[in-house]
Design a binder for this molecule. Structure first.
Ligand SMILES: [Zn+2]
Length: 134
């Protein structure tokens, strides 16, 4: 109830997304994605270089739309799923996800280092971190 109300009241197409999420795939034609830009894309990865919006057909990109932290989270989830039943054919995808997670993590550490440095400059407060030294 809470979930359905929230999804039906926030943003164009949200109820369709909700419906497609709870209905069997055979009924998905009842609630196709909206054709117009939903204005608040939420991305899922369709393939190595294509992301699509859950809500609308207009939402499609070939550049990673996720923030570094989203990229880390999704890459790790993908790695867990892929290694559940690993096959020889999954090695290239595992390699790609490892590389992407690693790059996004470095980006996050860089961001954190900048903030830690600013905090140190302005307040003098620091913390010992094996990952980040300022
Ligand atoms: Zn959208």
């Amino acid at each position: 109830m809470g979930i359905s109300m929230r999804c039906m009241t926030t943003g164009r197409y949200r109820w369709r997304t909700w419906f497609r999420g709870v209905a069997p795939a055979s009924l998905s034609w009842l609630a196709p994605k909206g054709k117009r830009d939903c204005g608040a894309h939420e991305w899922y990865r369709e393939s190595a270089d294509t992301w699509r919006c859950y809500h609308c057909e207009a939402g499609v990109t070939h550049e990673n739309p996720w923030t570094p932290s989203e990229t880390v989270r999704h890459s790790l989830a993908g790695l867990m799923a892929l290694t559940e039943h690993p096959g020889p054919e999954s090695a290239p995808e595992i390699q790609r996800l490892l590389r992407e997670a690693s790059m996004a993590l470095e980006e996050q550490v860089d961001e954190a280092r900048e903030v830690f440095r600013m905090v140190k400059e302005k307040t003098g407060v620091t913390v010992e971190s094996p990952l980040i030294s300022v």
